[in-house]
Design a protein around this ligand. Sequence first.
Ligand code: ITT
Length: 184
Amino acid sequence: MRLYFATSNRHKLEEARRVLAQFSIDIEIAPVKKLEIQADDVVEISRAAAERLCAAYNYIVVEDDGLYIEALRGFPGPYSEYVYRTLGLSGVLKLLEGAGDRSAYFKSAVSLCIDGLVKTFVGIAKGRIAEAPRGSAGFGFDPIFIPEGFDETFAEMGVEAKSKISHRAKAFQALGEWIAGVRK
Ligand code: ITT
């Protein structure tokens, strides 16, 4: 089976591909524009994008993510892409100067259009924000995110290890399990 991923982010594709391979599902980038509404919740944003695409495409997937930092009351959350481009890693670290609590989590909402229906799968990866960027693998906030139970950042552990524990891995794992169940 093949799915099509409406994303401009090749890192997301690579991570999804690793997870879905276990279910014998192939995934490729779909050259279609994803509509991004503004909302407080990545689930709502992801579903709205999928609903738009469902009218025209089948087996298409969209994903919306956010990094939620507890000391900043969940900021940047659904604005993560914008904050990454504007403040960058150093700007986010600056906002956390002096903060005792550096805990944070990533949330991924993956929505699948299948036969006109939208199914959404959510994955969360808990962790904390590093004191300084470390590592060069991955993308976005990977150099400053340390997943729970580890000392390395996502960028230090590399894509293979990240793809076993990340928010994206969990959401695509749930999608793969759901498809495997439907196929039975
Ligand atoms: P799309 O084309 O799929 O929208 P995007 O990169 O714009 O790709 P999002 O809007 O869903 O994706 O993601 C918001 C931002 O959150 C993204 O640009 C990264 O900065 C950050 N982010 C999401 N997942 C991440 C991950 O696994 N590791 C590090 N940063 C991540």
